[in-house]
Design a protein around this ligand. Structure first.
Ligand code: SAM
Length: 273
């Protein structure tokens, strides 16, 4: 009942005002966590501007709160957050030039077999990973999906000259339908990096991502990258929801911010790691 009335309220002017306030809160939370504050000069690349533990904790709780909303309202709030973030800071995480992000991207790309047929990145932001995947793997079909229209527009600009990359707008929850509509029915590699904690608690994230299990090819490889505390909470349940067996676990003690990459393989080709 509460969910129904909240769902109905999602179209009301009061809800729109709440969304605007929540967007500003998200931008502030992003600044606290990343050290990238819109409208202020960027931290010098490599200077180690990172989250405080309290900032990280608040950030995660904020997104868990959003994950408690009815699905339609939650998607609207999340989309609004990220649209606002990309409006005020076109590269909100300094993906272009922060050495930490470059190191992390290289580690992620090493987990994608160069001969993969169809590679999908969920939460592709403005397309830095997609561009690298598309140019390094010209024989593959690379698809990115993001909830933010502004992120998608930025990613499309970034890959405009890479013909094997396509960027779609959609949420993780609706990704199966979006990929179906784009004619993608068998995904060989699914990449999810720095995105699962935005979906809410692990139970919400797993139920949202589970719909993708049916578009994974037999033997599909799932590549998950998150900070250690998030990896501990999300990676195993997400692999289970996608019916994948864990095959490798790599912890990177990066001097700026550690991260973990877990890889799982779907179905009976677990020896493909
Ligand atoms: C921190 S960025 C990660 C970018 C990229 N994966 C990387 O690691 O370099 C997170 C992205 O996830 C997107 N996102 C958040 N919630 C989402 C959802 N429910 N469905 C699809 N994308 C989502 C945001 O719009 C944002 O662009």
């Amino acid at each position: 009942m509460l969910c129904t009335s909240l769902g109905d309220a999602a179209g009301s002017p009061a809800f729109a005002r709440w969304v605007r306030c929540a967007r500003l809160l998200a931008v502030a939370a992003h600044g606290a966590v990343s050290g990238v504050v819109p409208g202020r000069p960027r931290a010098r690349p490599g200077s180690g501007a990172t989250a405080s533990a309290a900032g990280d904790w608040l950030h995660r709780r904020l997104y868990e709160g959003i994950g408690l909303l009815p699905p339609r309202a939650a998607q609207r709030v999340r989309g609004g957050f990220f649209d606002t973030l990309f409006a005020v800071a076109p590269d909100p995480w300094n993906y272009a030039d922060r050495p930490y992000e470059l190191r992390k991207r290289e580690a992620l790309l090493r987990q994608v077999p160069p001969d993969a047929g169809v590679v999908v990145e969920l939460g592709c932001a403005d397309g830095h990973n997609l561009r690298e995947l598309g140019t390094r793997m010209p024989g593959s079909r690379v698809m990115g999906l993001d909830i933010s229209a502004r992120a998608v527009a930025g990613a499309r600009r970034r890959v405009a000259d890479v013909p094997n990359v396509r960027v779609l707008r959609g949420s993780v929850a609706g990704a199966g339908r979006v990929l179906d509509a784009a004619g993608v029915h068998e995904v060989d590699v699914l990449v999810v990096a720095e995105t699962l904690y935005y979906l809410g608690a692990p139970s919400v994230a797993t139920s949202e991502i589970a719909g993708l299990a049916r578009v994974l090819a037999p033997g599909a490889r799932i590549v998950l990258l998150h900070p250690p505390s998030d990896a501990r909470r999300f990676h195993e349940p997400v692999l289970r929801a996608l019916r994948a067996e864990p095959v490798t676990h790599d912890a990177f003690a990066d001097q700026e911010r550690p991260f973990v990459i877990d890889v799982g393989v779907v179905g009976d080709r677990c020896d493909a790691a």
